[in-house]
Design a binder for this molecule. Structure first.
Ligand code: COA
Length: 422
């Protein structure tokens, strides 16, 4: 299973560069450019799968709308998946599975998110009144439909980044993990600082830029957005240390600086069967060797899924952590990265959770998130998985690494890991 190419839009803080765009706009721009860059005949695409976490109620099947809006043949089947922050990883797995089953040879997988364009809901009572009014036969009935509406019913109901089962937000869950795993503020700030530094280096030497697709935002379509806007080159450990904790204002350690920000963006990859890639004369960046999904109880430590998924994916690939040349770990929060690393390196954790004596292995920090991570780059929920896959595959090709590993944590206690090979 070949990863042939990948790209993404620049990532932008929600409510900034892309405030007039939708997730569909971003996904269409990204997917169309991907097809052009790879000189892919759209008529040869067998399947398109996209991930999105907060879908539009008007166009819930993003992937199908992308096919139509990009001007691809309408005969291409397409579906959209939601596995929270691992959505575009699921999209990649769906396309890979179709190819492995022999049902497809070429597919596009990716995802998009616009947190500038989230659906704002009405209260149940208000919605009932609207429906009643739409069915009313007279002006009087229409007015009466609103008679039960109270002032409090007018308050909008925006989607929350919280666990439906526990009510805890992602940030509160990260705070809980930091507390229970005794992860200090300075350690977290260091992860954030390094994320910005590594991303600045990767931006300066062109590693970031080659993955970016320019976006021309309406209404004036200028200036073109050609760079991410969340990178803070001037971040220092002192500036990070001065930020107040957000999710536990009194005793907390999780801040705006050591959390991934709310982000808009899209990313996608082209996958091909190895035989088809050879026939098309394509030089694959890397090959998918294994993957694994895992899940933990959201009432425990919510974002520990990767520490379970990683050993599963490694075992399926017949590898250990020591074999891995480059690791891409999604940084939802520095506390989550550090908690997962701690678990992977812990014998106690391996005994309790995996029923094995030895720890999963040492995470070599000099091989981790070499171009920065989601804290500095940003995290459009539906796009991050494809962003990480592209970066890992590109970096493996650049460094000649034989094996690469990626992981993503997600709402609901979900975790994902994938091993790539060259
Ligand atoms: C943490 C969070 C609430 C912060 O949101 P925000 O307040 O809009 O963040 P901002 O970018 O405005 O940053 C707040 C302040 O910190 C400062 N700041 C942020 N990062 C900084 C850095 N690296 N260095 C220095 N200052 C920084 C900002 O400049 C801003 O300062 P100001 O108030 O003086 O303007 C938001 O990003 C969030 O909810 N993140 C988590 C998302 C999430 O749950 N994702 C799911 C993961 S699975």
């Amino acid at each position: 299973m070949a990863v042939v190419a990948g790209c993404r839009t620049p990532f932008a803080k929600a409510g900034t560069a892309y405030r007039e765009l939708t997730a569909l706009d971003l996904a269409r721009i990204c997917v169309r450019e991907l097809a052009e860059r790879t000189e892919l005949d759209p008529g040869g695409i067998d399947i398109v799968v996209m991930g999105q976490v907060v879908p539009s109620v008007k166009a819930p099947n993003l992937a199908r709308e992308v096919v139509l809006a990009a001007g691809f043949p309408p005969s291409i089947p397409a579906h959209t998946v939601n596995k929270a922050c691992a959505s575009s990883n699921q999209a990649i797995v769906d396309v890979a599975s179709e190819i492995l089953n022999g049902n497809a040879e070429i597919g596009i997988a990716g995802g998009a998110e616009s947190l500038s364009d989230v659906p704002i809901l009405h209260s149940r009572n208000m919605a009932r009144a609207f429906v009643g009014a739409s069915r009313a036969k007279s002006m009087g009935d229409r007015v009466r439909a609103f008679s039960s509406v109270r002032l409090r019913d007018l308050a909008p109901d925006a989607p929350a980044i919280a666990e439906p089962s526990t009510g805890l937000s992602m940030g509160q869950s990260a705070e809980k993990m930091a507390r229970e795993n005794r992860i200090g503020r300075e350690e977290q700030d260091l992860i954030a600082f390094q994320s910005h530094q590594k991303m600045a280096d990767a931006t300066d030497d062109g590693r970031v830029g080659r993955e970016l697709v320019p976006v021309l935002p309406p209404p004036s379509y200028q200036p073109a957005i050609v760079a991410d806007n969340l990178l803070r080159r001037d971040t220092t450990m002192e500036a990070l240390a001065a930020l107040p904790p957000v999710f536990d204002r009194r005793y907390g350690t999780v801040t705006a600086g050591n959390s991934s920000p709310l982000t808009d963006g899209a990313a996608a990859v082209v996958l091909m069967s190895e035989a088809r890639a050879a026939r098309e004369g394509m030089e694959p960046l890397a090959f998918i060797k294994s993957w694994a999904f895992a899940a933990v109880d959201p009432g425990g430590q919510l974002l520990m899924g990767p520490a379970l998924a990683i050993p599963m994916a490694l075992a399926r690939a017949g590898l250990t952590l020591a074999d891995i040349g480059i690791i891409e770990m999604h940084e939802a929060f520095a506390a989550q990265v550090l908690s997962n690393i701690q678990a992977l390196e812990s014998e106690d954790w391996a005994r309790e959770k995996l029923g094995r004596k030895e720890a999963v292995g040492k995470v070599d920090r000099s091989r981790l998130n070499l171009s920065g991570g989601s804290i500095a780059i940003g995290h459009p929920f539906g796009a991050t998985g494809a962003r990480i896959t592209t970066t890992l595959a590109n970096e493996m090709a650049r460094r000649g690494a034989q094996y690469g590993l990626l992981s993503v944590c997600a709402q609901g206690g979900l975790g994902f890991a994938m091993v790539l090979e060259r």
